[in-house]
Design a protein around this ligand. Structure first.
Ligand code: ZN
Length: 308
């Protein structure tokens, strides 16, 4: 099936890392299998960080190995440094994302690293990847987090984001991703950042965005991204995770609502929406204390709904 927009499910990483309960490994595997069966073709299933920092994701290696056995599924994982990247590659991840906070204050507070230090880490990651045989080398992306604004610094200058993107691509990274970690973004800002990065780095160096719905702008930003020609959008089943600051608002974009938006306007995601909505039951049963969001699941599919 031809896919117009690839939806990358991040619920198992961005979602589960922001909720307190730890989902058992068997439930994670069942979630991945069910969502794969519903047509999802990319899932970020964990993060290679020390278990003491994120006990929710302590089983990432096992989960990645399991997911890599599913036909046609691109298995993505996060890695904050070279050590994580090594583990991700050793366990068969197809795509690895290293987060790089555009706010240096945020970078220092969360990763204890200056921008110069992160650049050095990226350089070491590229050197490691260059030694791997092509069939075991994951796609390597650096995510420009807090690119739309920072909860510590406030506005993040767009010129800084573009300059960082250019330097990162210059180091030999495959792609950068644009990430609205804080949910500060608006469609006009997204348009300027996407076009700016394409101008500075080339259109093939930015194909995906990671948007949050903290202030309800997630789908508006997603639509702008698609109109511009972005082809990969991150989203989370039931909108879990993404550090929601506003009560009643999902943190991440809700995968089900994003599939509805795209499919109903004639853009294929490859995902069977009714089957996707059923996956929620499995997640609800595994995490009964976690609230799931989503207008489409609550309201039901409209009469006469037709997928793209
Ligand atoms: Zn996020």
């Amino acid at each position: 099936m031809k896919i117009d927009v690839l939806i990358s499910e991040v619920g198992l990483r961005d979602g589960l890392q922001s909720v307190a309960p730890v989902m058992p490994t068997a439930d994670k595997k069942a979630w991945i299998a069910a969502q794969h069966a519903a047509g999802c073709r990319e899932m970020e299933v964990g993060s290679f960080v020390p278990a003491r920092l994120l006990p929710q994701l302590a089983d990432t290696a096992e989960v990645v190995r399991y997911a890599a056995g599913l036909e046609g599924l691109c298995v993505a994982a996060l890695a904050p440094n070279l050590r994580g990247l090594r583990d991700a590659a050793a366990n068969g991840a197809h795509k690895v994302t290293l987060p790089f906070s555009m706010s240096e204050t945020h970078s220092l507070k969360n990763l204890n690293r200056t921008h110069a230090q992160v650049m050095e880490e990226i350089r070491a990651c590229v050197a490691f990847l260059d030694e791997l045989p092509a069939n075991r080398r994951p796609q390597f992306e650096v995510s420009l987090s807090t690119a739309f604004g920072c909860t510590l610094e406030g506005p993040v200058p767009e010129g800084r984001v573009l300059a960082c993107a250019e330097r990162i691509i210059g180091l030999g990274v495959d792609e950068v991703g644009l990430s609205d970690t804080t949910g500060y973004g608006n469609p006009g800002q997204l348009k300027r950042l996407v076009r700016g990065i394409w101008r500075e780095c080339g259109k093939d160096k930015l194909s995906g965005v990671h948007l949050h719905n903290t202030r309800g702008q997630g789908l508006a930003n997603a639509l702008m991204a698609v109109e511009l020609g972005i082809t990969t959008l991150d989203a989370s089943l039931g909108g879990i995770g993404g550090c929601p600051f506003a009560p009643g608002a999902s943190g991440n974009i809700v995968t089900e609502d994003l599939v509805f938006l795209l499919e109903s306007m004639g853009l294929s995601t490859g995902i069977d929406l009714a089957a996707l909505i059923e996956v929620r039951e499995l997640v609800e049963a595994a995490l009964p204390e976690v609230e799931l969001f989503g207008f489409t699941a609550d309201a039901g599919l409209p009469i006469g709904y037709r997928a793209a």
